[in-house]
Write a protein that binds this ligand. Structure first.
Ligand SMILES: NC(=O)c1ccc[n+]([C@@H]2O[C@H](COP(=O)([O-])OP(=O)(O)OC[C@H]3O[C@@H](n4cnc5c(N)ncnc54)[C@H](OP(=O)(O)O)[C@@H]3O)[C@@H](O)[C@H]2O)c1
Length: 302
């Protein structure tokens, strides 16, 4: 049972991952939060593989959450392309296991999907646009969405290119930050277009969605449509990274195993309107992460 604005017992799957970790720390200020992942870690309260049905049922029955935020997935797009069965087992069968428990126990799932459910042909995608994934990762995320939609109460969020300060992590922003020390050329494509989203904005979207108990399917992307090269240059300018290290290339030059949705700009006005939330610009988000990084450095010196 979900009571607006009350403390809830929330279970995050994939709690050792980039989004899961951030969300765990974000929600724990107001809720009783649990995390499952296969790996141990500060944000993993229970080590569990979502594809191992009996183990998962045991953990779910033990925690008995009011709400599940399902973030666990195989996420490396080229790896997924070459490991179709494993990807299907994790992203689809794992989701089915969570849905079975939630259905029987009348609990809601918030599913972290992706804009890779769109084909990346026309851009400016809204929730009403046709879904047509171009790779295995996108296919499995869309299949999982369909399973989630069986539930009487669900929320599907479709983010893209999630970025933020994550020591030891490898999101696009962290890869660029490392150029400061590595000082080597990095190939960046200028033909993949999307609406990158700050991980902290995604956490706020989720927090507000829980408070307002919204349901349905929503894009959960950032306010600006940019290609990767433009985004990389913005990061470089704010973090004093030498932009001569950014080498503009086309996706076709990278020889990646999986196709990418190229022109995948999307609009999230529907979500921001129901949440009554004004999203920071990319520049504001990056400057905020700069402050977080600097205070983290000071903490580590002390
Ligand atoms: N990052 C992005 O730019 C982006 C964009 C759009 C959508 N998304 C979606 O957002 C979600 C989170 O992405 P992320 O960037 O945080 O990915 P991530 O860092 O790769 O984290 C994924 C997490 O899932 C866990 N996991 C994988 N298989 C599992 C299994 N069988 N049982 C339990 N846990 C399992 C992994 O931890 P263990 O290995 O320890 O189990 C890891 O903690 C994903 O669903 C992804 O599709 C991400």
């Amino acid at each position: 049972m979900i009571n607006n604005n009350q403390t809830m017992k929330i279970l995050i799957t994939g709690s050792a991952g980039f989004v899961g970790k951030n969300l765990f720390n974000y929600l724990k200020k107001e809720h009783e939060v649990y995390g499952i992942s296969r790996r141990a870690g500060e944000t993993t309260t229970h080590q569990c593989d979502i594809t191992k049905r009996d183990d998962l049922m045991q953990v779910l029955n033990l925690i008995n959450p009011d709400l599940i935020v399902h973030s666990a997935a195989l996420t490396f797009v080229d790896y997924c392309q070459e490991h179709k069965d494993e990807t299907w087992t994790t992203n689809v069968d794992g989701t089915l296991n969570l849905v079975k428990w939630s259905f029987l126990n009348k609990k809601k799932i918030i599913y972290i999907s992706t804009d890779y459910v769109y084909a990346g042909e026309k851009g400016n995608y809204s929730e009403e646009s046709e879904t047509k994934p171009v790779n295995i990762y996108g296919e499995t995320k869309l299949a999982a969405e369909k399973i989630i939609s069986i539930l009487p109460n669900f929320l599907i969020l479709r983010p893209t290119v999630i970025f933020g300060y994550d020591p030891g992590g490898s999101n696009f922003f962290m890869q660029l930050l490392r150029l400061k020390e590595k000082k080597e050329l990095k190939k960046i494509v200028d033909d993949q277009i999307s609406n990158p989203i700050d991980v902290l904005v995604l956490c706020e979207y989720i927090k507000l969605s829980i408070e307002k108990n919204i349901s349905g399917v929503f894009n959960a992307t950032g306010p600006e449509t940019v290609d990767r090269f433009v985004f990389a240059n913005l990061i470089a300018s704010i973090f004093n990274i030498d932009n001569n290290l950014l080498q503009k290339v086309k996706t076709s030059e990278l020889g990646q195993k999986a196709l990418r949705p190229m022109n995948n700009g999307s609009t999230s006005t529907k979500l921001r309107s129901v949440l009554n939330y004004k999203c920071p610009s990319l520049r504001e988000s990056l400057e905020n992460h700069k402050k977080i990084m600097e205070s983290d450095k000071i903490k580590n010196l002390n």
